[in-house]
Design a protein around this ligand. Structure first.
Ligand code: AGP
Length: 611
């Protein structure tokens, strides 16, 4: 999704801005641009396509891009097509330059008003209304900060925005509402970005702006005004994110690197929180055990892959801890009227912690009377973590590939710990507790063992590359894993993939089966195995070709209609995590053969900060 970088310094900042944009490339975008102030003049360079096209264009300029104050942006189109004129920064009066993440929902009425005042629009974007609104209000206000404080009162929707004024190169003004912004503090220079990753080469000291904040940033000062209009101090946070988190570490793609990191990051996620003797106290935040003791119902809200983690957790929470649970897509929950059951805990899951729909759903849940809120998240200091009463960090490290892999498996490990933590308060039977503890203890080694299937899956992928459709099947807690497998395949290989609980086959999807529609089955050796085998026979009888990821003891044999890959045997509760690995590898190798952009698949963004 869109990315923002800005700087006020004494040195030329163009390379800092471009490097910042490169570090945000993983988030997905379609065009980019830079605005620089130099000698009281504003220079704008914008290009469609990759940041490389922008940096080449800047290099070709007479001054190769000069300016000690500048802002830069990667755009993921929402309003207006992918064109140079729609790329940011947008300019008003050849004086004010603006970059913006989010959507100004009342842009049409603002556009009419500003046009009537004589402002000429040169793009189809909602963002241009910000530039002209600030320009208009700057006429009647003493400073740029005042103009922005007045302007934000007129904006409806979500924004993280940065504005510079060529007549005052010493200052940039930023505003946050529904779209994250972080101030990076340097020595005699300061920065702004939508994600700290962009600024790690220049600073490790950050201030995370809060909802409604407007800030004036100069080389040596930061002034923050909160949504009530009061000047406030915000905590300075020392970043723990690794500087080289954006390095592929010798792997061909970030996604592959992240797949292989899973044993280590799952181990990190478990470390110090769970031991063979049991789960620690208050692992989910101060006071969490007391809240779990009172919890009678859990509502899980998330999007995409994180939603699949929530769906898996529902099976576990009800089966193992005996706590009722339902799971909902955040974009649905936020726009419907729902009933809050007594003593309900809302659990949100998000890799980024900045997903607009999940944040809005959490806000609604808090207003609707949920007893408490827990965020399971991979980014410390993210909006979701800050806005929840309890939090649990998944310790997956920065996930760069748009296709979520290690974030998912660490979320699942976190959920098994949640089962233990809640189960401890609910007298979960000792044998179940022992089973989960043993399973978690063996989990990192099982993931390592499963990764050795890579070559076998690489060969199998060749049979997929000419297919246009596929069907993923699973039962019980493997049904969400089939859904996640289908999502991975479609998002990076562009092969249409659907997932079904295999008991549903005969209720419709069986009509799709033929030799051109590969059917992928996840088949651990559990109590549903015989039911699953019947579903496999239904597919075979209709000429379907199957790829079965199965426990050796499940006794599937390869033949002309079925290719079987034996997945290492594991304890039942961790099977959804273990069976995720071959499906990730399958998607990766199919995408590789198809030659798609594995790490930045078309049309997608890493962190979906607009609704
Ligand atoms: C999965 O591969 C996707 N990148 C996507 O579905 C993602 O999980 C979803 O957008 C939610 O993101 P979040 O976990 O950061 O909230």
């Amino acid at each position: 999704m869109c990315g923002i970088v800005g700087a006020v310094a004494e040195r030329n900042v163009v390379q800092i801005l471009l490097e910042g944009l490169r570090r945000l490339e993983y988030r997905g975008y379609d065009s980019s641009g830079v605005a620089l102030i130099h000698d009281n003049a504003l220079s704008i360079t914008r290009r469609v396509g990759k940041v490389k096209a922008l940096s080449d264009a800047i290099e070709a300029l007479d001054d190769q891009g000069t300016g000690a104050t500048g802002i830069a942006h990667t755009r993921w189109a929402t309003h207006g097509g992918v064109t140079e004129s729609n790329a940011h920064p947008h300019v008003s009066q050849s004086r004010f330059a603006v970059v913006h993440n989010g959507i100004i929902e009342n842009h049409k009425s603002l556009r009419d008003e500003l046009s009537a005042l004589g402002y000429r629009f040169t793009s189809d974007t909602d963002t241009e209304t910000i530039a002209h609104t600030v320009a208009e209000l700057r006429k009647s206000t003493p400073t740029l900060l005042d103009a922005v404080l007045e302007s934000v009162k007129r904006f409806e929707g979500a924004y993280g925005t940065v504005i510079i004024d060529k007549d005052d190169a010493s200052t940039m003004v930023v505003a946050r509402s529904g779209s994250p912004l972080v101030i990076g503090l340097g020595i005699g220079e300061n920065f702004i970005a939508s994600d700290q990753m962009a600024l790690l080469p220049v600073t490790r000291r950050f201030i995370f702006l809060e909802e409604g904040d407007v800030a004036e940033i100069t080389r040596t000062s930061v002034r923050i005004i909160d949504e009530s209009g009061n000047e406030v101090e915000r905590e300075i946070v020392e970043s723990t994110v690794e500087h080289d988190a954006g390095d592929k570490g010798g792997y061909r793609h970030y996604m592959l690197k992240e797949i292989y990191e899973q044993p280590a990051v799952v181990r990190n996620t478990l470390q110090g929180r769970v031991s063979p003797d049991g789960i620690g106290n208050d692992v989910f935040g101060e006071g969490s055990d007391a809240i779990f003791a009172k919890t009678e119902h859990i509502k899980i809200i998330a999007c995409g892959t994180s939603y699949h983690a929530g769906m898996t957790a529902k099976y576990w929470l009800e089966a193992y801890a005996g706590v009722s649970c339902d799971v909902e897509i955040a974009s649905e929950f936020r726009y419907r009227k729902s009933v809050v059951k007594p003593n309900s805990l809302i659990v949100t899951i998000s890799q980024s912690g900045e997903t607009a729909d999940t944040l809005a759903a959490l806000k609604l849940a808090k207003e609707s009377g949920y007893m408490s809120s827990l965020a399971i998240c991979n980014v410390d200091g993210s909006s979701l973590v800050r806005e929840s009463s309890l939090s649990f960090m998944t310790r997956a490290g920065a996930e760069i590939g748009v296709a979520s892999t290690k974030a998912f498996t660490t979320q699942l490990a976190g959920f098994l710990m949640l089962v233990l933590a809640i189960g401890k308060q609910k007298n979960m039977p000792k044998d179940i507790q022992q089973h989960i503890l043993s399973a978690l203890t063996e989990l990192p080694a099982k993931l390592e063992e499963t990764l050795t299937l890579a070559d076998e899956i690489d060969h199998l992928a060749e049979e997929f590359s000419d297919k246009h459709h596929s069907l993923f099947l699973g039962r019980g807690d493997q049904y969400p894993i089939a859904m996640e497998g289908a999502l991975k395949l479609k998002e990076i290989s562009y092969i249409h993939a659907e997932a079904y609980a295999s008991g549903e086959l005969k209720h419709g999807p069986l009509a799709l089966i033929d030799a051109e529609m590969p059917v992928i089955v996840v088949a651990p050796n559990n109590e549903l195995l015989e039911k699953l085998k019947s579903n496999v026979e239904e597919v075979r009888a209709r000429g379907g070709i199957m790829y079965v990821f199965a426990d050796k003891d499940a006794h599937f044999e390869s033949d002309e209609t079925m290719r079987v890959v034996n997945v290492p045997h594991c304890l039942e509760s961790i099977a959804p995590i273990v069976y995720t690995i071959p499906l990730q590898l399958l998607s990766y190798y199919v995408a590789l053969i198809k030659g798609t952009d594995v790490d930045q698949p078309r049309n997608l963004a890493k962190s979906v900060t607009v609704e």
